[in-house]
Design a protein. Structure first.
Length: 315
């Protein structure tokens, strides 16, 4: 039960303190990955695959070491809890969302534009309050899976190695997994690996969003209908499931034109409701927090149930 206790401990710690402003372990991983990229980079899929494998296997190896140390000492729960806290980002996601909501509710569009890069890579310079609200709700929906549900899922499946390897995959996707000229080939493996790692967590996020819809005044039936109808319309194989379920639960319409630097993407509309408004950001944060707790109950509970069943089979 040490892994289960450690996962719960890490979730509670994240809820209490969130991410540190300085010295975050994930930021340290990012700096190390950037240094390795500088040595390995070529405009090549093969070089990108080597880079991705080195980073992910290194993170997983660190997790194996942490597991081994924990088994030899009484610190297993503490080490697992610390690893879980390090890879979770749900509390910081919620704080950023609430900061955006406060700025927009105060009518300070310029402050909201300055904060948007904390949540997504969209160009905020021409966005009005409603478009900023839409971008924030979409980011909260997608990152509920990336920052909370997926780490808990992989922690429950593979323990500390799963936690650290998943965060490495997701961080690499953010660093090199986009379609810029530099990373179109080099980052391809990282992007595909991130898609694979998030396939199950994203769908779990969608279903848990449906279940939690009444907590924000939504309908599970409506949320599930939008998830089924619109979830696959998004260009991402995973983000659309989360965003569609959130759109249905919140009764809003997401999607539209997104500008990323010099690149313009026309995203399909998700949901049948009105356009997202600043007040919907607070509802999205509440929904995200509920989904995070529900995902912990489901994934950690499933791990405990499997372990109990396995022990009973051996008797």
């Amino acid at each position: 039960m040490t892994v289960e206790k450690g996962l719960w401990a890490g979730l509670v710690l994240d809820a209490l303190v969130g991410d540190p402003r300085r010295g975050h372990p994930v930021a340290g991983f990012g700096r190390a990955a950037s240094m390795l990229e500088g040595r390995l980079y070529r405009d090549s899929v093969a070089r990108g695959a080597v880079f991705t494998a080195a980073c992910v296997l290194g993170a997983a190896g660190a997790g194996v070491v942490v597991d081994a140390v924990g088994r030899r000492t009484a610190a297993s729960v503490v080490l697992t809890g610390a690893a879980t806290w390090a890879v979770l980002g749900g509390t910081s996601l919620g704080r950023e969302g609430l900061a955006m909501a406060a700025a927009l509710e105060a009518g300070d569009v310029e402050a909201a534009r300055r904060r948007l890069p904390h949540l997504c890579g969209r160009d905020p310079s021409e966005l009005d309050a409603k478009e900023l609200a839409r971008a924030t709700v979409e980011s909260i929906a997608e990152n509920t899976s990336d920052a909370a549900v997926a780490p808990l899922f992989w922690g429950a499946v593979l323990g500390v190695p799963g936690l650290l390897a998943y965060r490495a995959v997701n961080t690499l996707d953010a660093m090199v997994g986009h379609r810029s000229p530099r990373y179109l080939r080099f980052g391809r493996v990282a992007a595909r690996l991130d898609d694979a790692a998030n396939w199950t967590p994203a769908r779990l996020t969608g279903l848990l969003t449906v279940a939690c819809a009444p907590l924000v005044g939504g309908s599970p039936r409506a949320s599930y209908a939008i998830l089924r109808r619109d979830g696959a319309a998004h260009p991402s194989p995973n983000a659309g499931r989360c965003e569609a379920a959130f759109a249905g639960a919140l009764g809003v319409r997401l999607g539209g034109v997104n500008v990323y630097g010099n690149r313009v993407e026309h995203r399909p509309e998700l949901g049948d409701g009105r356009a997202a408004e600043p007040a919907d950001i607070r509802r999205a944060v509440r929904l995200s927090r509920a989904v995070t707790v529900a995902s912990a109950a489901v994934t950690i509970g499933a791990r405990a149930a499997v372990r109990a069943w396995s022990r009973s089979r051996r008797r």
